[in-house]
Design a protein around this ligand. Structure first.
Ligand SMILES: Nc1ncnc2c1ncn2[C@@H]1O[C@H](COP(=O)(O)OP(=O)(O)OP(=O)(O)O)[C@@H](O)[C@H]1O
Length: 604
């Protein structure tokens, strides 16, 4: 695939304009200072060369007494003035660039984070989005300011080239073209390998993520116990290293080929400069050039070569940087989901009705829910049971509007939920997921995250703690203000069950009319689970409770039980009805009950 086909020219122009807009918006003042000082500094090389030439000629003349000390001094003064001007300009230029880079970095990070908040939840379950997010984050750093620097540098470079070229043209007609030519091979090599480098990094993104993942297992606080016990370290290290060796091979190949390319370019360049020098020396031998002219030539070569290669590599640099910036734009252009779009739902939810709901995850081939129908009313509890992967959590993701059904309808108080904005419907729901969050923040914050408008509501937090049976919070050194987790200094680590109680408190903290418990008690023992669910039934008398659990002793407390099998309802009814039916539910229930009885008889 050629670099050009990766992004069309038109797209690149658009990206260029977008990048310049980004730079300008980040800081108009710093951008102006930066551009102005760069342009002013670009006439200095020609001025310097010219004054040096005059000074050398004057020195040569003074040897024969043709030039006074005062006139030499005035030329020197001019040269010192130029050095000071250049110092002032470059100081302002560097400061402006540094501040501009910082503003840009902040602005782009904020854009990426904002975008992440607008993405559909399903995007986060998709490896491609992660790759894009990671690539976008990588570009936050220097790229945009590099593009700005390169564009301003192009204008400056042209001014320098024209002014120095004009001075050197007086030395002979072929001199400037020969020197210009000598810079080209080097520029070609660096631009070609620049593009190749870009492609290599892009291909490596996915593998680098996998490699990082292996590294993160080895440095994870939560996994360290399993890793040590099972002695997984050598395997993980080997996998990690295997990826490194793959990257290394690609890098070595690029470095080797680029090395040969640079060598060839230097040889060609040396030959061309040699030819230009021979021409100048011939004129010098014929007495047609002054000492100053020769110094102009010697210093001018480096200046022209440097400026031209700067110019050309600036162009290819802009091109390459825009390829990288595309990653950022691709991420920012991902479709957003406006969670506030739709009518605003107000008031409590009294009934939930699933009508023939089906769902298929994006990019997959299989419906994970098929024809799911049930109704649940305020004051009732409905339990979903079924084997792993039967679709229970997915049904809750649909109810809570994290995803939309692919077929069928969900009615709330008899109205199609799809009409209402997801945010306003979600306000009426509180949930504890299987993989609930363990936020490395204070205990009280962990609870109040369910309603950040009430972050300081300690009485509310305390009530939620009591409802969730999370009394351990009161024993913590600073109570609700105790920082939790191991990530930051001073944090207290909780047990799995304690974290879960805290997540339960978070669920209660939100004043919702629908409570969803997705295996809320997995980290609790059977007795504690039973107590928790019974307490929950008391507290949820005037709400709708939806419960997912693998423990039938808990499930039996629900008014309605739905047995899901491969996304379809297999049986539905109350505990007693399902036991009378003597089907799958009854079989599973009896199996677990026998297990309990068995254990009970062993302990007595
Ligand atoms: N993001 C996803 N993309 C694709 N398929 C998914 C995704 N999440 C879940 N699935 C698939 O959907 C099916 C139902 O998953 P779900 O998590 O709803 O099951 P569950 O009944 O809650 O299982 P468990 O008891 O293990 O929690 C499974 O086959 C799972 O592999």
């Amino acid at each position: 695939m050629s670099a050009a086909s990766e992004t069309s020219k038109r797209q690149q122009l658009k990206d260029l304009a977008a990048t310049l807009r980004l730079v300008w918006r980040a800081s108009p003042a710093q951008t102006t200072w930066f551009a102005l000082t760069t342009l002013l500094a670009s006439v200095l090389p020609a001025a310097n060369l010219y004054v040096s030439k005059l000074l050398l000629n004057a020195v040569a003349q003074s040897v024969t007494g043709g030039e006074s000390y005062a006139s030499l001094l005035s030329l020197l003064g001019l040269q010192v003035g130029l050095v000071i001007t250049s110092g002032v300009l470059s100081t302002v230029q560097n400061s402006a660039r540094e501040l501009l880079g910082d503003s840009l970095q902040h602005q782009i990070s904020a854009m990426i984070l904002q975008k992440a908040t607008e993405l559909e939840v399903e995007r986060f379950e998709n490896a491609e989005t992660y790759d894009r997010l990671q690539q976008a984050y990588r570009e936050v750093g220097a790229r945009p300011v590099q593009v700005a620097t390169q564009i301003v540098g192009l204008a400056g470079g042209l001014v320098t080239l024209l002014s120095v070229g004009g001075l050197m043209a007086q030395l002979g007609p072929l001199i400037v073209p020969l020197i210009l030519l000598s810079a080209l091979p080097g520029v070609y090599v660096s631009s070609r390998f620049g593009v190749e480098n870009y492609r290599m990094l892009r291909w490596q993104t996915h593998d680098a993520r996998v490699q990082n993942y292996f590294g993160s297992i080895l440095t994870s606080d939560t996994l360290v116990k399993e890793v040590r016990l099972f002695n997984v370290e050598p395997y993980l290290l080997a996998r990690w290293r295997e990826y490194y060796l793959g990257f290394r091979k690609q890098l070595e190949s690029i470095v080797r080929r680029r090395g040969w390319g640079n060598l060839g370019a230097s040889l060609v360049s040396a030959l061309l400069v040699g030819a230009a020098s021979a021409l100048v020396l011939r004129r010098a031998a014929a007495g047609q050039l002054t000492v100053g002219d020769f110094s102009l030539f010697a210093l001018g070569i480096a200046q022209i070569q440097g400026t031209l290669s700067g110019l050309l590599s600036g162009i290819s640099g802009i091109y390459q940087n825009l390829l990288y910036m595309r990653n950022l734009y691709e991420f920012l252009e991902l479709p957003s989901r406006d969670l506030n779009a739709g009518e605003v739902w107000e008031g409590p939810i009294d009934t939930i009705e699933f009508q023939e709901v089906a769902f298929r995850y994006p990019l997959t081939e299989r419906d994970v829910l098929r024809g799911l129908s049930f109704t649940v009313r305020r004051g009732e509890a409905l339990a979903l049971v079924g084997e792993n992967g039967a679709g229970k959590t997915t049904a809750m993701k649909l109810l809570t509007r994290l995803f939309e059904p692919t077929a069928g309808k969900i009615l709330l108080n008899g109205q199609d939920a799809a009409r209402f904005s997801p945010r306003s419907v979600q306000k009426q729901m509180s949930i504890i997921f299987q993989d609930f969050g363990q936020y490395q923040m204070q205990a009280g914050e962990n609870i109040s995250l369910a309603e950040t408008e009430r972050l300081g509501d300690e009485a509310g937090q305390q009530l939620a703690v009591e409802q969730a049976g999370a009394d351990f919070v009161n024993e913590l050194p600073e109570g609700l203000k105790t920082p939790l987790g191991r990530l930051f200094q001073g944090g207290r680590q909780l047990s799995g069950g304690q974290w879960q109680r805290l997540a339960l408190a978070r669920l209660y903290f939100r004043d919702a009319s629908v409570l969803v418990f997705d295996e809320p008690t997995a980290a609790l023992d059977a007795r504690a689970e039973f107590d928790t669910i019974q307490a929950l039934r008391e507290q949820a008398r005037d709400r709708i409770t939806l419960l997912i659990s693998h423990r039938f002793s808990t499930v039996r407390l629900a008014d309605q039980i739905i047995v899901l099998d491969e996304g379809k309802v297999m049986e539905a009814g109350s505990h007693d009805e399902l036991m009378t039916l003597n089907g799958r539910y009854a079989a599973l229930y009896n199996l677990q009950a026998a297990g309990y009885l068995d254990r009970a008889s062993q302990t007595t």
